[in-house]
Design a protein around this ligand. Structure first.
Ligand SMILES: [Zn+2]
Length: 249
């Protein structure tokens, strides 16, 4: 039964979207591809994209970190990283779709990307994420995570890129700046290079990891659970994505 859970959650979310949109005479078209992989586009009654945007060919993969047996970081008051990651990814999917991007999600439910009987669930999970990114031919991949640190006073958002990727660095710097401007409480960090993160080293896509904040900081943990702060982070990421694609390569 568990394999249907992502669908159940997805359809519950989409049903609510559908309700909201039907009230304003808009309909929702959803293209399910495979398990845990979904493209979402909103259309109005005349088949035009809603909000009225020019659809771009640009594919952006959104990866909600962790899932299933892997909760990710656990906050000081018990908040689970995997849940915050998914909430932010859903908001980001809606915002980027509204700007005309084709959005592909690596997961749409609380489960991880592995079979129950798998001998190494974590490895299978990460390999499946990479498979989706590669298959989507993503122009940009954004992996959403939350951070932790032994010192509870440490806070702030930080974007990581592969040290060997000039484009990754450019994307990360655009997104870091976007977040800094849109979310006043996200601190003053700079984008940072990394050589070891699996997702950064195993994909051809320009990829960034957005650590939205520290679940070990009580104030930031609380902020990250609110719709208002999640939307600030999301609008910062979206502004960064727009800046990245509109600037010269
Ligand atoms: Zn994480």
């Amino acid at each position: 039964m568990k394999r249907w859970l992502p669908f159940t959650i997805l359809f519950a979310v989409l049903f609510l979207c559908f309700l909201a949109h039907s009230l304003s005479n808009y309909s929702v078209a959803v293209f399910l591809q495979q398990k845990n992989e979904v493209r979402v586009t909103y259309y109005d009654d005349e088949g035009k994209p809603f909000p009225p945007v020019l659809l771009k060919d640009t594919v952006v993969v959104l990866d909600a970190g962790h899932g299933g047996i892997d909760p990710g970081k656990v906050g000081v008051s018990g908040v689970l990283e995997r849940e915050i990651n998914l909430e932010i990814v859903f908001r980001l999917a809606q915002a980027l779709t509204g700007r005309g991007y084709t959005v592909v999600l690596t997961r749409t439910g609380e489960e991880g990307l592995y079979q129950e009987g798998s001998a190494n669930k974590k490895r299978e999970d990460m390999a499946n994420r990479v498979r989706i990114i590669q298959k989507a031919n993503a122009a940009l991949t954004i992996s959403i995570h939350q951070n932790s640190y032994p010192d509870a006073s440490v806070f702030g958002a930080q974007v990581f890129y592969h040290e060997g990727s000039a484009e990754g660095r450019r994307a990360a710097e655009c997104i870091q700046q976007g977040i800094r401007q849109a979310a006043a409480e996200s601190g003053e960090r700079s984008a940072k290079g990394n050589k070891t993160y699996y997702l950064l080293t195993h994909t051809d896509s320009v990829a960034v990891i957005v650590e939205c904040g520290f679940l070990t900081n009580p104030a930031e943990e609380k902020l990250l659970t609110t719709a208002a702060y999640q939307e600030q982070i999301v609008s910062g990421i979206v502004n960064g994505v727009e800046a990245y694609f509109s600037s010269a390569k």
